[in-house]
Write a protein that binds this ligand. Structure first.
Ligand code: GDP
Length: 696
């Protein structure tokens, strides 16, 4: 018979861990009473230890779910807070301290919290019971206990005294029952008094006859009756004695002294032992009668969970570990696929693009801004000119251009270009599913890949710079190379021409047609002339600096349009020089081969850029990419999730909402199955069970 309650208490805890819905609740005993009614003293008397927080300032601020587990064989008594993982606590004053801390942790602004504290006590001296201790009802609102607090406590109690729970209404004998908030609250939810037990404390404070009248319960009849207790020690207690034990002796003494009224011949229930037995009986029969209902409810929930698991996941079971393993494999695969973007020809093309930009910059600096540029164009077109006739001026220019290009920091720039590509690849992997769900893992991923890159960048850029060194002194060009250099220079210029034409067109549209742009351009050229004249004048006669300072500039056009016009001038100039140079590149002389490098610097520089790109790509491949591709997957194994313990693996997996839902449903189904199994095994027990006899 005893086993039934014990089993059901276990099942009750499991059900609570599945969910908090009322449908899946087995009954517990809920202890309510006003402050100072003696609630704590009663609970401690039942447990046989002093363990509840003490103090005059509202010490219970959270519900305490107290589960007592009878351990007949064990010698030691101990408590456990399953949620805190503190292990077994054998010293009850430590339990008291922990409870005090947990209660005081509730912020003053909240005053009470709905979040229950789970405390289990294992002892050969306790019965199998579950009790819920709630904050005491506040009678009078005082300075530090505002009116809303009263309301909050009442609401909290109301939530717990609902069916199927049993209400333990604690009232002091020296206070009129009509004024007991506990009985008043109980009557609201249990008007017939079918699931309420009255506990009358402080029996020693009223004359025995008066106490007996209260216990007879004629005024407020309760089906489960009243039990009278004296929960406070009357005698002196030595320091070493446990207060609760001393209290029990005081109680025995008191009822013993008045046995004519409270003795076994009367039908009154008195004493902590009686109370304990009564609680066990009541809980047991209440649990037994809940059994059928709860079995049905669990069955329904289990069917639903099983159905959902089938429909949503096709019965596929997962574990946090399998998720972690899959995530790592997927990451490596994803990375491997992405590395195809870093094949050598692709890298070479990227580097060439970067070098093309550098070539354009060099050309602009050294040729296009040179007033004599058209002259060079004319030379290339003139069939009579031989390369050796060209002035040393142009030979010198070409050497300067080549060295500007080769010494522009190609090692560093090309290495950084590729390293940045890798970095943004990793960044995009880290930002995408599933790592968007795992911000800490994503950060680690980014961190260690950056670390590998940082390690390699210096070595690689030095190595590349070293290997292109010969080109800084001399570049040999073969016919085939020359021709392809010339072709790509033409392509490049054609692209540039298209770009300039498009920009001009855009500006024309923006300012409102070519006439308007023409006017603007003339105007801008005029001011520029004037400014120039003014500057010269100032240089010649610096003393009349301040005369007629701004009078020459008028503001016929808005600043934005003047800005556009300036750009238009730049693009027009650029177009004319590009067209000039395109004609040169297409000339017979340029086609003739590398001996004409001085006349066709673009073709030559293109060949140089090509060689630089080729060499850079080769060494970046060896020093940076190969190393990175080798190291990265190894770092994933050794750094990303290698040091996680079981708890962290679960946490990691649960960061992903899809996985979390899957795990939740799976776990719910498993737990329900387990509960169902246990409930079924109980049905055999139940058939033997006799209804609990009521003690009088
Ligand atoms: P709670 O606020 O409802 O938890 O009440 P306590 O258990 O802290 O008791 C309030 C006060 O009443 C304390 O000073 C107790 O010592 C005292 N007390 C509790 N039970 C009894 C009893 O049966 N007899 C007497 N005389 N005092 C009691």
């Amino acid at each position: 018979l005893m086993n039934l309650t014990k089993k059901l208490i276990e099942i009750r805890s499991m059900l609570l861990s599945i969910d908090q819905s009322d449908a899946l609740k087995l009954p517990s005993i809920v202890v309510i009473g006003s402050q100072s009614s003696g609630k704590s003293s009663v609970l401690e008397a039942v447990v046989g230890h002093e363990f509840l927080p003490k103090g005059n300032n509202m010490v219970t601020r959270r519900p305490i779910e107290l589960t007592l587990i009878h351990t007949p064989e064990a010698a030691a008594e101990y408590g456990e807070f399953p949620a805190l993982g503190l292990g077994k606590i054998t010293d009850f004053s430590d339990i008291q301290k922990t409870l005090t801390d947990l209660n005081l942790a509730v912020p003053a602004s909240e005053a009470v919290s709905n979040d229950p504290i789970d405390l289990r006590i294992y002892s050969p001296h306790v019965p199998d019971l579950t009790l819920i201790d709630l904050p005491g009802y506040v009678q009078i609102a005082s300075m530090d206990q505002p009116e809303t607090l009263k309301e909050k406590i009442a609401q909290l109690c109301e939530k717990y005294i609902r069916e199927p729970n049993i209400i333990l209404a604690v009232c002091a004998a020296d206070v009129d029952l009509a004024n007991s908030p506990a009985l008043r609250a109980s009557r609201k939810v249990d008007p017939l008094g079918l699931r309420t037990i009255g506990v009358i404390t402080k029996m020693d404070l009223v004359p025995p006859e008066q106490g007996a009248t209260i216990l007879a319960g004629n005024r407020y009849p309760l089906h489960l009756g009243y039990v009278g207790v004296v929960a406070k020690s009357s005698g002196k207690r030595s320091r070493r004695d446990d207060m609760a034990l001393v209290a029990q002796k005081g109680e025995r003494d008191y009822f013993g002294a008045h046995s004519e009224i409270f003795g076994s011949t009367t039908s009154l229930m008195v004493g902590t032992d009686t109370l304990r037995r009564r609680l066990m009986e009541v809980l047991e029969s209440s649990m037994a009668s809940s059994l059928h209902g709860i079995t049905n409810a669990v069955q329904l929930e289990l069917e639903e969970a099983t159905y959902q698991f089938k429909v949503q996941y096709n019965d596929r079971r997962i574990t946090a570990e399998s998720y972690v393993a899959e995530t790592m494999d997927a990451l490596k695969l994803r990375f491997k696929e992405a590395t195809s973007q870093f094949k050598r020809p692709a890298i070479r093309a990227k580097l060439k693009e970067m070098l093309d930009d550098k070539v354009m910059d060099v050309l602009e600096q050294l040729y296009w801004l040179d007033k004599r540029a058209p002259e060079l164009g004319g030379l290339a077109q003139d069939p009579k000119v031989r390369p050796e006739d060209v002035e040393p001026y142009w030979r010198h220019k070409l050497e300067a251009a080549s060295s500007l290009l080769t010494k522009s920091g190609v090692g560093r720039d090309s290495t950084l270009l590729v390293a940045n590509g890798l970095r943004s690849l990793i960044d995009s992997i880290a930002a995408a599913e599933p790592f968007n769900f795992h911000p800490r893992a994503a950060e680690r991923l980014v961190q260690f890949s950056h670390m590998i890159l940082r390690d390699r960048i210096g070595v690689t850029s030095d190595q590349v710079e070293n290997c292109i060194k010969p080109y800084k002194y001399e570049v040999e060009v073969e016919d085939r190379e020359w021709e392809s250099g010339r072709q790509s220079a033409i392509d490049l210029f054609e692209k540039e021409v298209t770009m300039c034409e498009k920009k001009l067109k855009d500006i024309r549209q923006k300012v409102g047609g070519s006439r308007r742009l023409g006017g603007l351009v003339r105007y801008v050229q005029e001011i520029e002339e004037k400014e120039k004249a003014k500057k010269t004048k100032r240089l010649m006669a610096p003393e009349d600096e301040n005369t007629e300072e701004d009078s020459s500039i008028d503001y016929r056009y808005p600043a934005a349009q003047i800005h556009d016009a300036r750009h238009a001038i730049l693009y027009t100039d650029r177009l004319s020089i590009l067209k000039l140079r395109l004609a040169a590149l297409r000339s017979k002389r340029c086609k003739a081969g590398p001996s004409n490098d001085v006349l066709c610097p673009e073709a030559f520089l293109n060949v140089v850029a090509d060689k630089l790109a080729y060499t850079s790509a080769m060494f970046i491949n060896i020093e940076l990419l190969d190393q990175f591709f080798y190291q990265f997957p190894r770092e994933i194994d050794s750094r990303l999730l290698y040091d996680l313990d079981r708890k962290e693996i679960v946490e990691f997996a649960r960061e992903n909402p899809v996985v979390r839902r899957h795990l939740d449903l799976q776990e719910r189904k498993d737990k329900l199955e387990e509960v169902m199994k246990q409930l079924n095994s109980l049905s055999t027990l139940r058939t033997d069970a006799q209804p609990a006899p009521r003690r009088h």
